[in-house]
Design a protein around this ligand. Sequence first.
Ligand code: ADP
Ligand code: MG
Length: 367
Amino acid sequence: MPLNAVPLNRFHNRALAAPRVRGLLRLLAIGIPAVILAVGCAQERAPEHYRFFALGTEIELTVVEPGRNDPGYVADHIHRRLQVMEEAWHPDGNGELARLNRRLAAGESMEVSPELASLLERGQSLETASEGLFNPAIGGLVRLWGFVTDTTRPRSPPDEEAVRAKTASAPRMADLVIDGTRVGAANPAVEINLGGYAKGYAAAHALDQLREAGIEAAVFNLGGDLVTLGRPDGPRGRLWRIGVRDPRSGEVVASIQVDGGSAVFTSGDYERGFEHDGEFYHHILDPRTGFPAGSVRSVTVVHDDPVLADAAATALFVAGEEGWEGLARRLGVEDVLIIGHRGNAWMTASMADRTMLEESITEAVIR
Ligand code: ADP
Ligand code: MG
């Protein structure tokens, strides 16, 4: 699923490029754009890594303290569960979501799984809370821009007239009519794409599984978005240090300290983008214009709810330089770090308390 679809070769190129970080002890997991910066010096046992590919992205589970259970077994379980999500929620093919989209386009309703129904309901409330900037109903626009397939990247922007027409048809999550598990839409332009928050959902699921299995300290990283469990040196030990990369250069620009049970999600223009006539186009669209949102380079959110962290990062990216602060407040998101196009940063005060910026950040504004 093109949730965060990075072509594999590109991902690996990035992953091999060692970040230059002051005092970097040891690099455990590399993703785009968040990495665990330093773990495990006081560990008796080396951390264990489990890697697999799902939801269009490379996933890595790093287990620092396995507790009483076999982490390999849990990793396997999570892997299989994420594969089921991927099949069900891929916008193409014959999964549940693709079938639902076809029915909605035909003006019909469909019976869906309770899980999808509740995810769609969550999407509705996130759309409302974000004043429409987070809008998973714009799947038609995402498709028009060519950001749906996992394997190919578009080379040129779509016809402007087509973008305007799709935008004018105003698909919104609020158009969905959800009655228990029956889902219809008041607007046939609605096409659901879960790419903006499915990774958050998957991360929440993984965290539940890890907790249930008695794993005590771990990081679950989905292509650079991650959740933490416990602390690397035990309950009274230090916090996790998470590195955030500049989306363009790949360099680590900030390190954020987080406790267990935190989600660190970043939306940036780093992925699935393409250049055309000197313009850079990427996969986060402003539902108001139908075009990629462009005023900032990346938004990182820390929150204990991975779904909110994921959706908020996307919404705040769309809100951009002018709108992020007010929207963060309304979304109930306290920890926000934004990297701007000038290599500058904005942070909330609470994020600033836990963040160390690298020297490459020339200017930082704390709000
Ligand atoms: P990433 O997957 O790179 O971490 P996001 O979480 O921001 O990035 O999700 C981007 C994906 O969400 C896009 O690929 C697209 O499928 C979908 N999307 C794009 N714009 C929006 C939007 N305004 N609201 C909700 N989903 C969006
Ligand atoms: Mg998101």
